[in-house]
Design a protein around this ligand. Structure first.
Ligand SMILES: N[C@@H](CCC(=O)N[C@@H](CS)C(=O)NCC(=O)O)C(=O)O
Length: 214
């Protein structure tokens, strides 16, 4: 059985939960508590699976895979329906670019280890960390809004959810945690709301996971 090691509040693990739900692929969840005892992701046992000490990690027997975008691609290639990417090569590339805005350029700046570092090394308190996240998530999602401006479907790129939506929904959830103002982002909010109507997205919400905490 496929194991997905994750944490309820992790955006990257949230992407994988949505993806597994959309594909209807059975898997077991293993909780890696990112804060308890200094962070279970830092234990030697977990680092043996994921040398970056980050979640998610997928394991299936001897097969171990890290990095959520790689996990999403692997899932899409091993279980092609429903497809996460459109058939048209230009649109496929645009969907990937959109996903990378979030996964490569927004998310890393709000990561726990980065926030802990700016607290420990530069004295950033919670208000300063929130301002930091508001800046980088706000800028990044504003770019997402602009990238979606010419799209008119119910989801990011068309009328069925795919890679872009899988990345956008957890990022919008994080934006809410850090108090990012999304009022000037109607397309981003509309896609988020449309996704919430689907059980694959709604069931993946952090608050619904077995390891959820208030
Ligand atoms: N690019 C990686 C990012 C993984 C990542 O940053 N995971 C975060 C949670 S969303 C984490 O494990 N943070 C633990 C820490 O910062 O110590 C991916 O997409 O899988």
């Amino acid at each position: 059985m496929i194991q997905v090691h994750g944490y309820f509040r992790s955006s990257s693990a949230y992407r994988c939960r949505i993806a597994f739900n959309l594909k209807g692929v059975a898997h077991d969840f293993t909780s890696v508590h990112l804060r308890r005892g200094g962070g279970e992701q830092k234990t030697p046992e977990y680092r043996a699976l994921n040398p970056q000490a980050l979640v998610p990690t997928l394991s299936d027997g001897d097969f171990v895979l890290t990095q959520s975008l790689a996990i999403l691609e692997w899932l899409d290639e091993t279980h092609p329906e429903p497809a996460f990417l459109p058939a048209d090569p230009n649109l496929r590339a645009q969907v990937r670019a959109f996903a990378q805005v979030i996964a490569c350029d927004i998310h890393p700046l709000q990561n726990l280890r980065v926030l802990e570092y700016i607290g420990a090394e530069f004295g950033a308190d919670q208000a300063a960390k929130d301002a930091w996240c508001q800046r980088w998530i706000g800028d990044g999602l504003a770019a997402c809004e602009a990238l979606l401006a010419k799209q008119s479907g119910r989801f990011c790129f068309g009328d069925s959810p795919g890679l872009a939506d899988i990345c956008l929904v957890p990022q919008v959830f994080s934006a809410g945690r850090f108090g990012v103002d999304l009022s000037a982002m109607p397309r981003v909010r509309a896609v988020y709301d449309a996704c919430q109507q689907l059980p694959a997205f709604a069931d993946a919400a952090p608050g619904k996971q077995p390891d959820a905490e208030p």
